[in-house]
Design a protein around this ligand. Structure first.
Ligand code: SF4
Length: 317
């Protein structure tokens, strides 16, 4: 089935009039800045990235080369609070692997750690105006509704994304599709009246059916204990080795309830589980190599849950 040019043109015109042109990563053709924004936006809202992370990160690391030359700890520090730290580690790894210069081809880009096919296409479409479609979460929803696709199937969605792509204006087309997903064809209450795809959209009579909602499994709760060990006014921290939060500094966590003074509770919800921590000052000796002053801790990359523990400690002073 061919797609009439008119819907592609309608998307293009809609973007000219309604697109979020002022987003800073749309005001540049620097592939690194576009790549950074794509990675930051993968799991995080535009508002958060814009207000808290994008500019400070670029100030500290203005080029991919500067990321490649920095220790991972520094990159993690600038990522602190953004979560999903694998993104920062992959960025650092990729910067190092390609010696600070991103390759131009989508195939080579897609072979780098943390850069999937859609991100590779986004970099090429936005930095070099290459005629490639993208397929992020918002675009998937728009495609599912426009083509009345009930089950999200990557292969089918890529075919549809190619079909709808305006090859003459790939930059505008892809930005428009993301904006339509974010502003018009929203998960709840899509604004079909304001949508440039409405006149040929197959799913507009029952958008909630496309794609069919998948029941989310309830996230399990893990109960653990955090140990606050002090020595000469300094706090004992470890650098995490486990996959989740690898490389970040934090308080020791254990599964067994320790002997000691109970200081309070902190909670944090990750994508796949909720962590409930009872925070203790242990009465028995715990071997920790590294102790830091509060000033020194400010320079370490800590996860959100460990920051919550620090806040708890400060509230007790
Ligand atoms: S017409 Fe409605 S359902 Fe179809 S793509 Fe636009 S907003 Fe989504």
């Amino acid at each position: 089935m061919g797609i009439a040019l008119s819907v592609k043109d309608a998307i293009y015109v809609w973007y000219q009039e309604n697109g979020r042109h002022d987003l800073p990563w749309r005001q540049t053709s620097d592939a690194y800045k576009i790549y950074l924004s794509e990675i930051m936006l993968q799991q995080t809202q535009v508002k958060t990235v814009l207000e808290r992370f994008y500019f400070p990160f670029l100030e500290r690391f203005p080029t991919l080369k500067s990321v490649a030359e920095a220790p991972l700890d520094d990159v993690l520090k600038m990522w602190e609070g953004l979560g999903y730290y694998t993104r920062a580690k992959n960025l650092h790894h990729t910067a190092f692997t390609c010696k600070g210069i991103l390759p131009r081809s989508p195939e080579e880009l897609g072979g780098l750690k943390g850069i999937g096919k859609s991100t590779a296409h986004a970099i090429c479409a936005f930095a070099y105006h290459e005629p490639l479609p993208i397929l992020d979460a918002n675009v998937k929803r728009v495609l599912c509704r426009y083509f009345a696709i009930s089950v999200k199937d990557e292969k089918v969605l890529w075919e549809r994304a190619w079909e709808l792509l305006h090859v003459k204006y790939p930059y505008e087309h892809n930005q428009a599709m993301m904006d339509i997903g974010a502003l018009v064809c929203t998960p709840k209450n899509p604004q079909c009246d304001a949508c440039p795809l409405a006149f040929t959209c197959k799913g507009k009579h029952a958008p909630q059916l496309y794609p069919q909602p998948v029941k989310k499994a309830k996230v399990p709760t893990k109960k653990r204990f955090a140990l606050v060990c002090e020595r000469e006014g300094k706090l004992g921290l470890i650098q995490r080795k486990e996959k989740l939060l690898h490389g970040l500094w934090g308080f020791i966590q254990v599964d067994e309830k320790p002997e000691g003074i109970f200081l309070g509770k902190v909670e944090h919800t990750y994508s796949h589980f909720k962590l409930e921590l009872d925070v203790f000052k242990p009465s028995l000796h715990v071997t920790i190599e590294n102790y830091f002053t509060c000033k020194e801790i400010e320079h370490l990359a800590l996860s959100t849950v460990d920051k919550k523990i620090l806040k708890l400690l400060n509230s007790k002073k």
